[in-house]
Design a protein around this ligand. Structure first.
Ligand SMILES: [Zn+2]
Length: 165
């Protein structure tokens, strides 16, 4: 335990050495220990932090609503935004049936070559659509090995047909 005298001294020191304190705090926050404590604190007080930040977020959203919507819409049109949409599109079904496809993995498959896997037509990589080789509705998994990049026309034509191998 820290004695009263020491505590008073610490308080006084912190009050009179603001600059040193800043430097020290900065160092601590960016140290390994500081980062670890921060993560632990976040996990321990997750609910509290969420509750505290909620009104602030709400207020911010109210003020910047149109801006944020426009930003989100613009992001959805970028190649990365579209990849996320494709991955998330099947998230619910895949959670039940299993699968671990990530955005990065899908983008890797999609950007491998700008050619439709079924008809061989040239399509810009970012316009290729995600297709489950064995459809999710027929027991296929939402995993990288069950994913291929098709042009939209082939994808719609294929529907829920299980390919004959
Ligand atoms: Zn095609």
């Amino acid at each position: 335990m820290i004695s009263e005298r020491k505590r008073a001294y610490n308080c006084e020191y912190r009050r009179t050495h603001k600059e040193q304190r800043k430097v020290h705090d900065y160092k601590y926050i960016h140290s390994e220990k500081g980062q670890r404590r921060r993560r632990e604190h976040r996990i321990e007080h997750n609910e509290e932090i969420k509750m505290q930040s909620r009104p602030r977020k709400k207020k911010f959203y109210k003020l910047h609503r149109d801006e944020m919507i426009a930003k989100a819409k613009a992001y959805q049109k970028t190649p990365e935004g579209r990849a996320i949409a494709a991955v998330c599109h099947n998230r619910y079904r895949s959670r039940i049936k299993g699968g671990d496809l990530t955005k990065a993995r899908w983008m890797e498959i999609r950007d491998r070559s700008p050619i439709c896997n079924a008809c061989g037509r040239f399509v810009e990589c970012e316009n290729l659509s995600m297709d489950h080789i064995i459809p999710v509705s027929k027991g296929g998994l939402h995993t990288a090995s069950n994913i291929q990049a098709l042009c939209l026309i082939c994808n719609i034509k294929k529907g829920a047909i299980v390919p004959v191998i």
